[in-house]
Design a binder for this molecule. Structure first.
Ligand code: ARE
Ligand code: CA
Length: 952
């Protein structure tokens, strides 16, 4: 038995904990579980046990009319009210979802009725708060609310309250309400120009709080949400929905409203005040407005979760183990999480159904990993290409969206796949349990993990089947793979867990295997590790220390329980004897932290980290401190300094140029890097723009603890004899020198059939919001954009894209510029104006000039080595290097748009110099010669400098 020490150092009474009680509890649990009762039965048993726990403050903003055990959401994009009602009864209720999120129900613009019908996004341009829309009438909406309620499903409405339409010409809304610019006679929302913000321009700079909240989001007329009148109109609308029986709201574009104003709106509501509010606040690195600000009036979405899912399924899924203990994420019990939503499936910021197996497996993860409140998504099929992403759902000639026919029309009905529909019951059942027994195979792309003693998940993110023996806490028995098919009665795939909790599973390529006690023939008791459990809790900054109040069955500690000790980086720990699962809650001076769903944590295993309302069996202290990787690098005689730039797991990258390495034995540099044990990715540079990447580009990668890189070859083990090693210094990294040019004129020739290439660029760390800005056509096939004010910056980089869909990021390296002119084609960079015509070679600008041939003696004309390598692709999630931020999702025609032409959001601004006649063209030609000369001069200077440095 262990003695628990108080923070003050005084000794506390030994914890009263007898093995027999532990065993008894395990046995009781087992009896309860093996009674093969429906999921709700043990939830009830759990709920009554909760009463024995000291009073805990209610923080979760879930709607009160839905049992907390059923909080999974299904986001049904552009489904009609009638179709949702039917689906609630037939599929959604029986699957165990607690909520359906519906598209905006208010009256909206009619939209363009051309050959492709009306786009989906008319839903986001309110004309009034009448519930008349292409998705159904007010009566149909109310009928849906009631039918779903009868199936134990509540409705969350998408509330568009930041703005009205983006229309500048008068029109009539779907429900017959007339409107014109900043004039919406209602009667609900009788807005006139005084009710809109004074700023009439479109948001361009997400770095400017005022602009984001008071200017127009993609030309949408921005309501003055600070005014009492507007607040009351919005409050009345939300109350109207609440009175119909709506249980919650997804607040659209919440980031574009002041958080305090949203709180004021909420306080003006009556029925809506009791409901569940969740804010769409897209947390993006570097922006001033972040989701945490909005927690005063509801939960928020955590976009970084979805970004990390995408990055991991496209990289290594073993990186997902620690997702929930990442302290940069919102608290799990305040975070709405999803694999995708209607915006991100289009802008590819996240995975989408187009990703096939990866998408389905990400949904299995969504419903089996303990972080956040999960929301699955179901929409309709669309071609992931340009304008097709704007096409509306299947519709009648007059624009009514058609009822869903899963077999016949474009709705994907992907929520009926077993990876979603069968996972909801699993989620509801395991919600209070810890995540345990995480195991990695196949280089991190086959993983297994358990939930309490009732669930086990194996994911195979490779293209081969993978046969592994997994360790579980499951009782012995035969288990159905609940995601192999919708049919659970005559189970298609079964696996046998032995008496020691081991199970051999051949996980099919790209597929998941999910075992759940509810679909098994259990013959034994759950198998736990013998001995002790160490519990780690991540302390809140407002807490001085942490107590764990815990117990087995009715044998609880006396509140506040046992004191935990400060162990590492904000983690407090306590070790208790355990031979089974036990329950715990954490507290400090009457403030109680509860498990994600408001109950006690159920814990088992040897080491458990608790944070964000989730418990994950991992040792967070070992993870953060114990893996030291020693990196050796063979000195490059041309380099004055050697830096290693690195990243790992979900931890992010060092700031370029990274960390300076110090000399060790003859000819070698060394740097010791502390990691969390996950794969390390690294590249080297001289601090002055010269980089060393492995052959083929990208980053060096290693799981080993001692690595040596010599001439692009990585070996393992130290190249120095121990006695020859010099002590490692910890010097400051050398800052790269600033640029000596004022601007960079970038020419780009799109590799594919892109419409207008967009340039997404960063001045230093300061990036445009993706997709960046449209380039201007310079001559046939070539587009140009000039990046100004670069003097003194240490880096200017860019990536290119087709309005956010296809990206060219120089094979993950980004293009990096140091000269006044650069031209990029097929990944090759040259330094002359490709549109420059030799004087006298004909009409300037009328034919396609080929990129000027570089003379062999001209410096800088060969393709340079990859410059600063940025490991994440632009739309990737974590880790984030100082490259395109991970929040660069952007849908078509977004904030960078300057025109109001909603039908052609891709159109670039006219008035393009190159289009305006030969006089201007000649001028341009002359200017270009000047620029070229300056460019070449600069290159010569830069090259001479580099040579000098190399000599130094
Ligand atoms: C359409 C046309 C526009 C036209 C406008 C007005 O596309 O060209 O100017 O109509 O006539 C949806 C569509 C828009 C559509 C709009 C109105 O996506 O294309 O405009 O409806 O019909 C930001 C916001 C975030 C927002 C995203 C899209 O912060 O709130 O942009 N998401 C919600 C909805 C959208 C919806 C709206 C808001 C508007 O989910 O579906 O727009 O009601 C960085 C930033 C993010 C930023 C993101 C994209 O990541 O950090 O904050 O998100 O870039 O710009
Ligand atoms: Ca606003």
């Amino acid at each position: 038995m262990r003695v628990v020490t108080h923070r003050s150092g005084e000794r506390k009474k030994p914890v009263k904990w007898q093995k027999s009680i532990g065993l008894l509890a395990a046995a009781c649990l087992f009896v309860a579980l093996s009674a093969s009762t429906p999921a709700t039965a043990h939830l009830d048993a759990n709920a009554s046990k909760l009463q024995t726990v000291a009073t805990q403050s209610q923080i979760v903003t879930r709607a009160p009319d839905v049992a907390p055990s059923k909080n999974a959401i299904l986001n049904m994009f552009q489904w009609t009210w009638n179709s949702i009602a039917t689906e609630c009864t037939d599929v959604i209720g029986p699957a165990g979802f607690g909520y359906v999120q519906v598209s905006p129900p208010q009256e909206h613009i009619i939209g363009d009725m051309g050959a492709n019908g009306s786009p989906w996004w008319t839903s986001y341009q309110p004309v009034s708060y009448k519930l008349e829309s292409k998705l159904g009438t007010a009566e149909e909406f109310a009928a849906m609310v009631n039918t779903c309620k009868a199936a134990n499903v509540s409705i969350i409405a998408d509330a568009v309250i930041n703005h009205m339409t983006g229309q500048t010409t008068p029109g009539t809304g779907w429900g017959g309400t007339p409107y014109s610019l900043e004039n919406y006679p209602g009667p609900e929302g009788q807005y006139t120009s005084e009710h809109f913000h004074d700023c009439k321009t479109d948001i361009a700079n997400y770095g400017d709080r005022e602009e984001v909240q008071n200017c127009r989001l993609v030309a949408l007329q921005d309501l003055d949400t600070g005014s009492a009148y507007v607040q009351q109109e919005i409050a009345d609308y939300l109350d109207k929905l609440a009175n119909i029986g709506v249980a919650g709201f997804r607040i659209d574009a919440a980031k574009h409203m002041d958080a305090t104003e949203l709180e004021q709106i909420k306080s003006r509501t009556t029925s809506a005040q009791e409901k569940f509010w969740i804010h769409e606040v897209i947390g993006s690195g570097g922006e001033p407005i972040q989701p945490t600000e909005y927690l005063g009036s509801g939960d928020s979405h955590e976009f970084n979760y979805a970004r990390t899912l995408k990055a991991s399924f496209n990289g290594k899924i073993s990186n997902l183990q620690k997702l929930g203990i990442n302290q940069d994420l919102l608290e799990g019990y305040r975070a709405g999480v999803f694999v995708d939503n209607h915006d991100t499936e289009r802008n590819q910021e996240t995975l989408s159904h187009h990703a096939g197996n990866k998408y389905l497996q990400a949904n299995v993860f969504l419903f089996s990993y303990p972080y956040g409140s999960p929301s699955a998504y179901t929409g309709y099929e669309f071609a992931n290409d340009g304008i097709a992403r704007e096409f509306g759902a299947p519709q009648s000639p007059s624009g009514e969206v058609l009822d869903v026919d899963c077999a016949a029309n474009a709705f994907t009905c992907i929520h009926r796949q077993p990876e979603i529909s069968n996972m909801v019951g699993f989620y509801n059942d395991v919600r209070a349990t810890e995540l345990n027994n995480w195991q990695n195979f196949e280089n991190g792309n086959v993983v297994g993990y358990g939930r309490g003693e009732q669930g086990f998940v194996a994911l195979n993110n490779t293209e081969q089947e993978s046969k592994q023996t997994f360790r579980t806490f499951l009782p012995q028995g035969t288990y159905c793979n609940i995601v192999a098919s919708n049919e659970l009665e005559n189970c298609a795939q079964t696996y046998t867990v032995d008496a020691a909790g081991q199970v051999d599973i051949t996980v099919p390529a790209g597929k998941s295997v999910v075992l759940w006690t509810s679909h098994s023939t259990k013959t034994g008791a759950p198998v736990y590790d013998e001995g002790e459990t160490t519990v780690y809790f991540h302390k809140y900054s407002s807490w001085a220390d942490v107590n764990m109040h815990y117990g087995v069955a009715e044998a609880w500690t006396t509140p506040p329980g046992a004191s935990m000790k400060d162990t590492c980086d904000g983690w407090y720990s306590i070790t208790v004897p355990s031979n089974g699962s036990f329950e715990a809650v954490f507290n400090y001076q009457g403030d109680w932290n509860k498990q994600l769903h408001g109950g006690n944590y159920r814990l088992s295993g040897d080491k458990i980290a608790v944070t964000h309302g989730s418990a994950i069996n991992i040792d967070p202290c070992a993870a953060s401190a114990l893996t030291k990787v020693v990196v050796y690098y063979k000195a490059n005689p041309a380099w004055a300094n050697h830096n290693v730039h690195y990243g790992y797991g979900t931890k992010g990258w060092t700031t370029p140029p990274g960390e300076l390495m110090s000399p060790t034995c003859e000819g070698w540099l060394r740097k010791t890097i502390t990691t969390d044990g996950s794969e390390l990715e690294l590249v080297f540079n001289n601090g002055n723009g010269e980089w060393d990447n492995p052959i083929g580009g990208g980053n060096y990668r290693s799981d080993a603890t001692v690595i040596a890189i010599d001439n692009k070859t990585m070996t393992f083990g130290a190249p120095c004899a121990p006695e020859d090693e010099l002590p490692e210094e910890n010097p400051e990294p050398v800052e790269p020198e600033g640029l000596e040019i004022d601007q960079v004129k970038v020419f780009y020739r799109a590799p594919h059939a892109w419409t207008v290439p967009y340039i997404h660029f960063g001045r230093g760390d300061n990036w445009t919001s993706a997709p960046g800005l449209p380039m201007t056509e310079a001559c046939e096939g070539w587009y140009t954009y000039t990046i100004n004010e670069v003097l003194g910056l240490t880096s200017v980089s860019a990536v290119f894209n087709n309005v956010g869909s296809d990206w060219d990021n120089n094979n993950d390296l980004n293009y990096k510029f140091t000269t006044e002119i650069v031209a990029i084609e097929n990944g090759n960079t040259t330094f002359a104006d490709p549109c420059f015509e030799e004087p006298g070679s004909g009409e300037p600008g009328t034919e396609t000039p080929s990129p000027s041939e570089p003379g062999s003696e001209q410096p800088g004309t060969e393709t340079p080595l990859p410059t600063e390598p940025i490991p994440n692709e632009p739309s990737n999630g974590l880790p984030i290097a100082a490259g395109p931020d991970d929040g660069d999702a952007q849908v078509l025609g977004d904030s960078e748009e300057t025109d109001d032409d909603q039908d052609n959001p891709n159109s670039t601004s006219k008035g393009d110099l190159a289009d305006t006649g030969s006089v201007v063209s000649v001028l341009i030609a002359v200017l270009s010669v000047l620029l070229l000369v300056t460019g070449v001069m600069t290159l010569i200077i830069v090259r001479i400098k580099q040579n000098n440095q190399a000599k130094a």
